[in-house]
Design a protein around this ligand. Sequence first.
Ligand code: AMP
Ligand code: ZN
Length: 488
Amino acid sequence: MTQPAPDTQAVPLMLFNSLTRSIEPFEPVHSGEARVYSCGPTVYNYAHIGNMRAYVFADTLGRVLSFKGYRLKHIINITDVGHLTDDGDAGEDKLEKAAAAQAQSIWDIAKHYTEAFWDDVKALNIREPAQWSVATDYVPRMIEFAKSIADKHCYELPSGLYFDVSTVADYGSLARAATEAGEGRIETVEGKRNAQDFAIWRKTPEGEARQMEWDSPWGKGAPGWHLECSVMSEALLGFPFDIHTGGIDHREIHHPNEIAQNQAFACSHQSGARIWMHNNFLIDRTGKMSKSSGEFLRLPLLVSKGIHPLAYRLMCLQAHYRSELEFSWDNLLAALTRLKRLVMGVEKLKLELKASGQTIDSFPLDQLEKSIFDGAVSNDLNTPKVIAQLEAIVAGDWVVASKRLQGVKIADEILGLNLLGLTRKDLRLRPVGATIDEAEVERLLQLRKEARADKNFAASDAIRDELTAAGIEVMDGDPLGWEWRIEV
Ligand code: AMP
Ligand code: ZN
């Protein structure tokens, strides 16, 4: 095996900017720093695995910025007010609706789903952002922001304060869908000047009580969803900041509306963030990702089927973030197999390292290890290539174990697969309900090996049957040498 060649030395980081529709060099607003804002979850329900692709992407971007040597300031918001059941202005607030349906307070609903989201974040080894900014903490600031743009850019209707999109230049230049398609999704509100105008403040209708409402110059009510991201990104990162991320659906309405507000607030054509980046969708044809479909595809569902959550992370990283990714159980199991192979390779390297009496730090870290991955990540986050390079390093024999493990460590700073920490045992997850004693399985397998060595096939078959009855599949001839697994 020959040593993978470094692509180039210290190449500039190139990122695809949805706003200019081109790949551009990353030039930070503040020298040496990268300020990133990611649209976060609306905590009225559990996140499905498609949602989690958006945070794996944002996390990978953050890891690459750190790898490139920037000090990262990453903000992810938690939407606990304002996101309507419709992207327009005629639906209900998702949290108000969930609270009414579950007969709980909005605060309890938000807390429950925020905590569930954080569990998923942790399971996917997504790094904590500098701050989780919670929308309801910023409502007074949202009111001040709205006041500052109201005269020049907004008008009042009985249902709220609306932003007039004709008052800013090039409204919607970020969006790709024909405006008609975009408009088609927005239910009309009587009196709107332009179909794309949107509410920045929604008044509580007469005679109705909302759990969440605040006093404002436009009456009691709640902020529109788009306002929160403009306000929190400005408050925490300052305009202009470097990068704004979200799923590709946000490119059509949510982000164009944020940009319009930002332009109005800053009295400038600038859009608040210099680069707008969007991850493409995880597609599921089984319909299990719809939050209304009872049991839907959440991370804990994968775990309950015995699949390690980091196999899902690897599945995401195997595709480029701007490509659609089709979900299937086969794809996921293939990613799990790939992860197992990597973990087994790393375990082997660790044994070699131990036998050699060296440590991972026995040799100074030279530029080589970093530069191997630099070209790929700098090319708009080419994680599929980083994974292939990593595999070449793990499988290669061109240099001692400690050097190869250094390569694994560096690649894993980018990929976040916990490759130095995971063991085979971690990957052999138990499906819900499995009552298996691993030590007992290993003991029986050892007895079976001895029986086979003695050519006592009756005894070895009997042990195999016993294991099968206990839900263990014995994997003779498995190319990975995985030996056994718990049947799903
Ligand atoms: P939400 O909680 O609905 O605001 O969505 C959270 C994030 O997930 C947003 O950035 C969405 O754009 C993103 N998202 C929603 N569905 C998918 C999907 N199927 N694949 C990838 N990202 C998605
Ligand atoms: Zn947002």
